[in-house]
Design a protein around this ligand. Structure first.
Ligand code: AHR
Length: 500
């Protein structure tokens, strides 16, 4: 199938934002315990953090990490996680029907974040708690000293404040599964009051108000409208969450998941702009897409324990990703980048073991899932400006979205290095795409690298024994001539082409 893409340096959408490449660590399953934290592991540091996972986090190119949840945060008492570890209480974690041992809390997480070179993004509990506890946590984290909470942080070993900028005002507060779920009006008021008070401590915070839990919620749109009407002036971003998975063998629709993400982002931006107009606000509210990924929610591994069983760090949400899942993840990143004018932060959910690019064996090996690769390559190479493309692509019919373009792509251009990066997905289940890239405006560019992730069997999944035999490989068909580039993109594939 022939497809043409025109790339022009003049058509800038906005800057590539490092915060687009965020991730998420929740006290859920084995994300924290035996994930980032495993004192028994040979590579563990004095805090019990696995060195191999720190290395993989760095290789993944993660910018921010959201913490400590997720649904977990809506029942969390952050004070349980500070002070001498042996004195910390064990608590029931109602969100995941588990026991929380509180071996890792805010101080350990901040030390892990510094080690991994990531920016922490904290969430406050607006489920069972409210304004005061959010202020206490903020004081503990960001006030230099001389007050009860800040001096306690110093006594606990952190002389300097953590200076956390990004804060989520609760999590998925419209979800009936959420502890302390609220109506839009209730939550909007609470979020506005919490935000207003937090800014009295630190006016420079970037605050994220909860949007709908997903775009299929019955109140999607109306929720954002009501919440933002209450909180508009006090917040900077509204959250969006979306998870995709293949249903009933409908690979064609699954591969087109980014169509849904595009629509979702446009809808939230439009709603925020409607509130801006009605409220005569001058500033823009942008989007923190702080949970996104492929997640097979209907699988048994997603079901929490029940009854009298309250395990510590059970196996939960440990999805094994295949090649098609990785192609979709690559395409979702294309969608996020394309919307860099409105999506100012994003977090792939989650980092380790729980719907994650990185997997660990307790005390043992760590390995990369297929979805690791498009994230790592996009994060490493997408720099400078995001460019709007003119794409001329054949279409394919999908049950869920109707006709969709077979080829989806975005490009970045770094004016400092001159490098142009094209990220492309072939969503066809059956046909290769012959890609012709018109680079007018750049003149002749050299091919630096072209890598494609695909496999004749798109159901191939990585394991601890083999996480390398299907990874992005050099696309030998890629070439440049004059001011054009060409490449064959196999069906169900994701490709990165670097030119400079
Ligand atoms: O990421 C897993 C869960 O998905 C989070 O805890 C919750 O916020 C969302 O529903």
């Amino acid at each position: 199938l022939p497809a043409t893409v025109t790339v022009d340096p003049a058509f800038v959408v906005g800057p590539v934002r490092r915060r687009t490449f965020g991730s998420f660590v929740e006290h859920l399953g084995r994300c924290v315990y035996t994930g980032i934290h495993d004192p028994e592991h040979p590579s563990a540091d004095a805090d019990g953090f696995r060195g191999d996972v720190v290395e993989l986090t760095r290789e993944l190119g993660v910018s921010t990490v959201r913490y400590p949840g997720g649904n977990f945060v809506s029942g969390y008492r952050w004070e349980d996680g500070i002070g001498p570890v042996e004195e910390r209480p064990r608590r029931l974690d109602l969100a995941w029907h588990s026991t929380e041992p509180n071996l890792v809390g805010v101080d350990e997480f901040m030390r892990w974040a510094a080690k991994a070179g990531v920016e922490p993004m904290m969430a406050v509990n607006l489920g069972t708690r409210g304004v005061q506890e959010a202020l206490d946590l903020l004081e503990y984290c960001n006030v230099p000293g001389g007050t009860a909470w800040s001096d306690l942080r110093r006594a606990n070993g952190a002389q300097d404040p953590y200076r956390v900028t990004m804060w989520c005002l609760g999590n998925e507060m419209d979800g009936p599964w959420q502890i302390g779920a609220k109506t839009a009006a209730e939550y909007g008021r609470l979020a506005a009051e919490t935000a207003r008070a937090m800014r009295m401590i630190d006016p420079d915070l970037e605050l994220v108000v909860c949007g709908s839990s997903n775009s299929a919620m019955p109140t999607f749109g109306a929720w954002e409208h009501t919440v933002l009407t209450e909180a508009y002036e006090h917040v900077d971003h509204v959250s969006a969450h979306a998870y995709y998975y293949e249903t009933d063998g409908d690979l064609a629709s699954f591969l087109a998941s980014a169509v849904d993400m595009d629509h979702f982002i446009d809808s939230v931006a439009a709603t925020a702009d409607a509130v801006r107009a009605a409220g005569k606000h001058s500033k823009r509210t942008n989007i923190s897409f702080d949970e996104w990924n492929v997640w097979y929610q209907q699988r048994a591994e997603s079901r929490p324990p029940s009854g009298d069983d309250w395990p510590i760090a059970p196996v939960l949400l440990e999805d094994r990703y295949n090649v098609a899942d990785a192609v979709v993840v690559g395409n979702l990143l294309i969608s996020l980048l394309r919307h860099t004018d409105r999506v100012h932060a994003a977090s792939q959910a989650q980092l380790v073991n729980v719907i994650a690019p990185i997997m660990t064996e307790p005390g043992g090996r760590s390995w990369k899932q297929t979805i690791f690769h498009p994230f790592a390559l996009t994060s490493r190479h997408a720099t400078g400006d995001v460019l709007r493309l003119a794409i001329d692509s054949p279409v394919t019919e999908t049950a869920r979205f109707g006709e969709v373009p077979v080829l989806d792509a975005v490009a970045t251009h770094d004016p400092d290095t001159g490098e142009v990066v094209l990220l492309a997905t072939n969503r066809s289940v059956t046909d290769a795409v012959t890609l012709d890239v018109d680079l007018r405006g750049f003149g002749a560019l050299r091919l630096l690298e072209a890598l494609t992730l695909s496999n004749p069997d798109h159901t191939w999944t990585a394991t601890a024994d083999d996480d390398t035999s299907v990874a992005p490989r050099t696309n030998t068909s890629a070439k440049t001539a004059d001011d054009r580039a060409y490449a064959e993109l196999p069906p169900v594939s994701w490709t990165i082409i670097r030119l400079g």
